[in-house]
Design a binder for this molecule. Sequence first.
Ligand SMILES: Cc1cc2nc3c(=O)[nH]c(=O)nc-3n(C[C@H](O)[C@H](O)[C@H](O)COP(=O)(O)O)c2cc1C
Length: 351
Amino acid sequence: MPTRHLSKDYPWVSSPPIISAPMSGFAGPALAHAVYKADGLGFLGGVPDMAALRTALEDVTGLVTGTRTPASGHTLPIGLGALLFAQKLEEVVALIAEFRPVAVWLFAAHESPDFALWTAEIRKVSANTKIWVQIGSVRGAVHLAQSCKPDVLVLQGADAGGHGGEKGAGIISLIPETLHALQRLELLDNISIVAAGGIADGSGVAAALTLGADGIVMGTRFLAAEETSVHPLYRAAILETEDGGQTTVRAKLFDELAGPNIWPKDFDGRALVAQSYKDHIEGISIAEIRKSHAEAKQTSHLGFDQENRRAAIWAGTGVGLVRERAPAAEIVTEIREAAKVTLRKALTNLE
Ligand SMILES: Cc1cc2nc3c(=O)[nH]c(=O)nc-3n(C[C@H](O)[C@H](O)[C@H](O)COP(=O)(O)O)c2cc1C
């Protein structure tokens, strides 16, 4: 029986399903809970510090249930992000066994077999926890569907803010081609498809649904949410930046600013074009760039200000559509309704 409907596993989620990305260091209990309350699906960002992750899980459990200790037999209606290259499997699995999040989102493994390993271990300790895997290629999606049989594949297009595959395509070709490939191999029946990358308003949601996605993820748009843990100058930079195709760039450089790059080899990240990046293009040495970055980090602006922007401000190409700070619930509700209006209008235009 096909289960390509997110509403079956997340019954409180309204259609079209809106999901907040597990942005490490940004997506904490307040954001995940606010998105959940707005009938979306909120994810906590995965962090390597297990004490911090436990506190986040306790806090969000408290927000959802009124008590910070999970009750036996419960499922927490919040998702949890996992960064495979940066976290220890046993430690994360122990927290999943205890808190039983409704979904765990796997991302960025050094070795592809790690996804199947994590999936098996998580399913062993928490049968109700659905497995989501984020990937940015048709081949990778097919391989994951075969090797670890996730419940959800998050197809991440090259427009996405933050980290992703160094090589990539926009969701406009990535989603349909992946759907065809999965369908050909009869792998699609039990896997839901979620779109990520460049979606920041109702028309983007409508487009992703039309491409065949069952739900949509936003990261950059939620950087404007009141509940997101983000420095005011970082948020200000997001709100004032337009024309994301010109003002953001994918580069490995952003992972080199504070020291050697620890991300898996095929990854880079999309961030605002900063002075550090311009220096890099000019041929200035990485040692010099790191020195200027460290100095900027010592200032009260932390390198986020326009005059001396040296820190990484992760953002997708949809950044120009992010115009104002707002409660997450407002963002979810407005975008959900705007998507429906856009779809109805498109149909009317066809008549
Ligand atoms: C600030 C920021 C931090 C992110 N951190 C993570 C992360 O820790 N784990 C992850 O799987 N994806 C992370 N992402 C990527 C998102 O999962 C998602 O693919 C992306 O935000 C979608 O594109 P959009 O930013 O255009 O909405 C991050 C994105 C941003 C903007």
